[in-house]
Design a protein around this ligand. Structure first.
Ligand code: SF4
Length: 409
């Protein structure tokens, strides 16, 4: 073998070995998504044909959210709960909630819809974002097969008077393996709820389950509330918006770099989603979890306030909520209340009319004030409503008649 040939052979051997080592390292760090053969073998009833997909090359593309995952047969998406099964997009969590509760609407938090009412709240496993501060990571960041196959659900709320004449409530629960949209509506009505909330994890990823439930809920006179990160494509967004009475969007921060690094998405996408919801006429509330050192700078807060005012309107309720050390951010302290107060004062000064402080029970920033006469219209303590003059006055301030945006009956 000539010297040149030997050199070429050595060169290609080095390239081949480097490539193999690199590929092994890449695969060990970026594990391929799990397939879901285990679920299929168990023949569970939670697999339902998914909406918004197209066929591409040797697989399908899910078009529900901006990740537009490409899915070869047997693979599932980033959200863990949507997959390619035999060439079709399927949801793996239809009828399989990981969490179902009766909540006060204030817990969402939603402040401009039926104050003091109960909301039937549910979530499945999965999420398409990866917030380092997630408060529900125990369900949002798991595979559906990691959640229990049965879940306790509230089925009935009984009101009665105790021996002292005080009104008491007792909730009856039941364990179920499958919870259909019709079951949800029945339970919501039997538990005296006035709305259904798609919440806790990320309802975008259980889209079909949410959509079918929301359609039924509307027919039965229940309101629909979606609590979401809002990371969704425009077509499914417009479809679901038709059935939602309130959409609460967790804006998470107003800094593109922060959003990419700590949330896992592109802020511009979310801005477009919010503008679309405004155009579609959905009632919006915004929440911004303020995290020390990450998204609490005066500059970020100012830009957020100005953008909301300019694009969504000064009437849009906005919450500055307190962060508590959680999930991947246990190294950071809780947000000082002064930071939240500063953000709230700034927002009020710049013309936003309904600015709240979240996760600080008893703070005056939990109350709803008339933007004209500045008197308290709804007084709250944590999740409790102490009085509500708005609902009692047809959605207006009883002192000067100012109309307060929201749904009050
Ligand atoms: S919903 Fe899930 S599968 Fe579909 S594009 Fe988004 S992350 Fe991917």
């Amino acid at each position: 073998m000539s010297k040149t040939a030997r050199l070429i052979a050595v060169f290609f051997s080095v390239v081949f070995i480097s490539f193999s080592l690199g590929a092994s390292y890449f695969i060990s760090v970026h594990k391929p998504p799990r397939t879901f053969q285990k679920i299929i073998r168990e023949k569970n009833p939670w697999i339902k044909k998914g909406m918004f997909s197209s066929r591409v090359c040797n697989g399908i593309q899910c078009r529900l959210c901006p990740f537009n995952c490409f899915l070869p047969d047997g693979a599932r998406g980033l959200c863990r709960v949507r997959a390619n099964y035999g060439g079709n997009l399927v949801s793996l969590v239809y009828g399989k909630p990981a969490s179902v509760h009766l909540d006060p609407i204030e817990k969402k938090p939603v402040f401009h819809l039926l104050p003091g009412s109960l909301v039937y709240s549910l979530a499945t496993a999965g999420c398409n974002l990866y917030c380092r501060s997630c408060q529900n990571w125990g369900i949002s960041q798991i595979y559906p097969e990691e959640s229990d196959n049965k879940v306790f659900i509230p089925v009935k709320l009984n009101l009665f008077r105790d021996s002292s004449g005080n009104l008491r409530a007792k909730v009856e629960n039941k364990e179920v393996a499958f919870l259909s949209p019709a079951d949800i509506i029945k339970c919501a009505l039997n538990t005296k709820c006035r709305s259904v909330a798609y919440t806790y994890s990320e309802p975008v990823v259980f889209y079909e389950y949410m959509l079918h439930t929301a359609k039924l809920a509307r027919r039965k006179g229940l309101k629909n509330v979606m609590i979401t990160g809002g990371y969704i494509n425009q077509e499914p967004l417009k479809e679901i918006a038709k059935y939602m009475d309130v959409i609460k969007v967790d804006l998470k921060g107003f800094n593109a770099e922060y959003y990419r690094k700590y949330v896992g998405g592109e802020l511009e996408v979310l801005k477009d989603v919010l503008k679309t919801l405004k155009e579609e006429g959905v009632f919006l509330e915004i929440v911004n979890l303020v995290i020390p050192t990450l998204n609490d700078s005066d500059e970020d807060i100012s830009r957020l306030i100005d953008w909301v005012k300019r694009n969504l309107g000064a009437d849009t309720p906005i919450f500055f909520s307190r962060f508590s050390p959680n999930y991947k951010l246990t190294n950071l302290p809780a947000t000082p209340v002064e930071t939240l107060e500063k953000a709230r004062n700034q927002a009020l000064k710049r013309g936003l009319k309904y600015v709240y402080i979240g996760n600080v029970p008893g703070h005056q920033g939990e109350n709803t004030y008339c933007p004209k006469c500045h008197r308290i219209l709804i007084r709250r303590y944590g999740y409790m409503v102490l009085f509500d003059l708005v609902s009692a006055n047809g959605g207006r301030c009883p002192y000067d008649g100012t109309r307060i945006p929201g749904l009050w009956k």
